[in-house]
Design a protein around this ligand. Structure first.
Ligand SMILES: Nc1ncnc2c1ncn2[C@@H]1O[C@H](COP(=O)(O)OP(=O)(O)OP(=O)(O)O)[C@@H](O)[C@H]1O
Ligand SMILES: [Mg+2]
Length: 321
């Protein structure tokens, strides 16, 4: 091995998921014909509401579950037929926390790197880099059992990326992490891509994903319902604005003004889409609703990937809860 992930050279390391279907109960498909491709160096986001099938997909990639049908390949390796290769070539941060109670943070990172085949001195050097980059130095010698949820998450991230494979799979890595360290974490995720790994990243946070991924897929009920770069997914919304109305709790959806092109209601939040040149009329309408006590507040702004997400899935993401 000449460096992290350099298990084999000379072949193409494109990661492919082809028509992967898996049912737990024999009736509904938790993943239903999913197909996607992630190139080395690419950060690919997997978004979708609870129960969409994201974790079920990543568990099939790393051999924890076997697909009922479909193929998962990495370069010339068939990861379904060859689970040993899957374990060797993929680094995986599970959605659940890593069991590191009896290790100090730095020991857990070192052990994980060495299990993956990293030489001790090199692993330690990279461990220090990551501890510094993630700003968790003050917990370097603290036992896992004493770490807060967010710090444990960051240590888990360092464990799986200190000596990464060709594919890095992160299932909600930013859970419980504070906003400052989230930014550091996203920088490190980008760094993994720039070092040549294909990064498959599961997240609920559409706003963060929008800033940090190269491409993303939106998954709902086991199916891929949209895929592309963040800006290509927003292309349909060009020339439009979002007018968001916060209804008084319990109020029913008011009659929509003719200028409303599209709308979705989640809880007391009514997100409408209007044309840019109808902005003035939109504000007049919203102010009238405010004056009549139908809504508590409103906001007019650019459409975001969140709007696309809400429209396609009927759910709000973590960014807007
Ligand atoms: N071990 C299991 N046995 C039976 N059904 C399961 C199992 N794990 C998941 N499911 C079901 O499969 C579907 C997909 O679940 P999955 O955990 O993949 O969703 P997810 O997209 O990761 O959701 P979340 O965002 O909540 O983590 C859900 O309907 C879930 O209830
Ligand atoms: Mg999950």
């Amino acid at each position: 091995m000449s460096g992290p992930g350099a298990v084999q050279t000379g072949s193409s390391w494109v990661f492919r998921v082809e028509a992967v279907t898996k049912s737990y109960d024999g009736e509904t498909n938790a993943t239903d014909g999913l197909t996607m491709e992630v190139a080395p160096g690419e950060v690919y986001g997997l978004l979708g509401p609870n129960g969409a099938g994201k974790s079920t997909l990543v568990k099939q990639v790393i051999g924890l579950l076997k697909p009922d049908s479909g193929r998962i390949t990495l370069g010339s390796f068939d990861l379904v037929e060859d689970p040993d290769a899957a374990r060797q070539l993929c680094s995986y941060l599970p959605q659940a926390q890593m069991p590191i109670d009896s290790f100090k943070a730095r020991e857990a990172i070192d052990i994980a790197g060495m299990i993956r085949g990293g030489p001790a001195a090199e692993v330690k050097r990279r461990r220090e880099e990551m501890i510094e980059a993630l700003e968790i130095g003050e917990w370097r010698d603290v036992l896992g059992a004493r770490l807060s949820g967010g710090v444990k998450r960051l240590v888990g991230f360092a464990m799986v990326t200190v000596w990464p494979g060709r594919v890095i799979i992160l299932d909600e890595p930013t859970n419980d992490v504070d906003p400052l360290r989230r930014r550091r974490l996203w920088e490190q995720i980008r760094r993994m891509g720039s070092e040549g790994a294909a990064v498959l990243l599961v997240t609920h946070n559409v706003m963060e994903a929008e800033k940090s991924v190269d491409r993303l897929a939106i998954i709902n009920e086991g199916k891929l319902i949209a895929e592309g770069t963040p800006s290509s997914l927003k292309a349909d919304d060009r020339g439009r604005l979002r007018l968001q109305l916060m209804l008084h709790p319990g109020n029913s959806t008011p009659e929509l003004a003719p200028l409303v092109r599209d709308h979705v209601r989640v809880g007391n939040n009514l997100v409408t889409v209007i044309d840019e040149d109808a902005a003035g009329a939109g504000i007049v309408w919203a102010q009238d609703l405010l004056a009549r006590g139908v809504i508590e507040e409103y906001a007019l702004g650019a459409t975001t990937l969140e709007d696309v997400y809400v429209r396609l899935t009927g759910h709000k993401s973590e960014s807007e809860r």
